[in-house]
Design a binder for this molecule. Structure first.
Ligand SMILES: [Zn+2]
Length: 292
């Protein structure tokens, strides 16, 4: 049984003391890979370095809503000016294209895209994000929307999927997608919500990230939703070190608990855990363009 953690902040300091041992334990449990979501430009470099070091690690480049107000260009009450916008775009591009390719002689767009895809593969940058909207933070929603658009534009240009963070903003995100449709899909990470909302995201070409929320008995709506959505639209994730499973509140969450999320999903769907593993891992490989 092979499992894939589609959202794991294993680069965070919480794992500095035991990352290698932890990943060895994960491998023994059948967890073969994970995606480290991007949170800010400095962190992408660290994530990329870990991907060189650990087989099975991939990363994404993106500015997480929670890190927006820590960026040098941030000032309360103003939107992104052209300069900051260009700077973020350039920082994202640097994750995908080696300098030599970016500076080489003019080529056809098709060749350039091919080379970019190859370079991304080499650097193991497999998605754009996390980006999205969050109503519980002190960053103006309009600014978050601007950044979501910028990430979407970038993902479309470089043919990449998006990793979306949405807290109490499903409708606003759907509205953004209407304005600028993501062309290469993505995942709504740690989805919780109704079946109807889930179907709207699926209609936009998105998968839904199933995390520890479903281990809580009180999460009735989300459990009901995930009992009805075909497995082909789902990815497993832990969001470690955040989002501890039921019974582990207050502890560090860990990718080694991914099998418990798979088990719970299997129970909700009335299928075997092997089936959950097989389909969700295949979904992750397809979405992120990973070798099978
Ligand atoms: Zn996250």
């Amino acid at each position: 049984m092979l499992l894939f953690d589609s959202h794991c902040h294993i680069d965070f300091a919480a794992f500095d003391s035991d990352r290698a041992e932890l990943w060895a334990r994960c491998n023994r449990l059948g967890i073969e890979g994970l995606v480290i979501p991007g949170v800010n430009p400095a962190q992408w470099l660290n994530a990329a370095a870990l991907c060189e070091q650990y087989s099975g690690f991939y990363f994404a480049a993106g500015l997480h809503p929670h890190w927006i107000n820590q960026q040098p260009w941030f000032s309360p009450g103003t939107l992104l000016d052209d300069h900051s916008q260009a700077q973020i775009y350039q920082q994202l591009t640097a994750q995908l294209i080696p300098q030599s390719a970016a500076q080489s002689a003019p080529q056809s767009i098709a060749t350039l895209h091919g080379e970019r895809a190859l370079a991304a593969q080499k650097k193991r940058c497999v998605a754009v994000g996390e980006t999205g909207l969050d109503k519980l933070i002190n960053v103006p929603l309009v600014l978050q929307q601007e950044l979501l658009q910028l990430h979407t534009m970038f993902a479309n240009e470089y043919q990449m999927p998006l990793i979306i963070h949405s807290v109490k903003t499903h409708n606003e995100i759907l509205a953004c997608f209407k304005q600028m449709p993501p062309r290469y899909g993505g995942v709504i990470h740690a989805f919780s919500g109704s079946l109807e909302t889930a179907q709207q995201f699926i209609a936009q070409g998105f998968l839904l990230g199933v995390g520890g929320t479903i281990t809580y008995e009180r999460a009735k709506k989300t459990r009901a939703t995930f009992s009805k959505i075909p497995l082909q639209y789902l990815l497993l994730e832990t969001d470690a070190p955040d989002m501890p499973l039921s019974g582990k509140q207050g502890e560090r969450n860990s990718p080694e608990y991914l099998p418990q999320i798979a088990q719970q999903l299997a129970q909700l769907q009335g299928v075997s855990v092997e089936q959950v593993a097989e389909v969700t891992t295949c979904n992750a490989q397809r979405l992120f363009g990973l070798p099978e």
